[in-house]
Design a protein around this ligand. Sequence first.
Ligand code: AMP
Ligand code: ZN
Length: 122
Amino acid sequence: MSDNCIFCKIVRGEIPARIVHQDEDCVVFHDINPSAPVHLLAIPRHHVVSMQDITAEDGVWLGRMMSNIPKIALDNGCNPGPEGGFRIVANSGNDGGQEVLHLHFHIIGGTRPWKGPLVAAV
Ligand code: AMP
Ligand code: ZN
């Protein structure tokens, strides 16, 4: 945990978030500034800055977390099947465009067009 980290504060319940899922590994909530009809953030409960800090030892909890994402995406409005789907983005470091320094996976989906800044150029 990091005292001043906004996402650690969400994990601790110190600031509000529209949480849609939580388990032993992660918390998933709506992005406050959505780039698409569905825009969730999946974060580990413990403080990890970015994918640059992940090692092979993190594979177990990270694998569990990633394997839960498809169901969470569909349960929260992403369209099913090959005609639907979603995008997962983990901005990492300055060059990656990361603004909040607690690892997070953007889960972006819903019927196009998507207009938000995060998805416009990629
Ligand atoms: P990134 O640029 O990948 O670090 O993205 C950070 C994301 O966190 C942005 O999409 C913000 O809209 C989102 N965000 C920042 N603060 C909050 C918050 N308190 N609750 C929900 N989403 C947030
Ligand atoms: Zn944190």
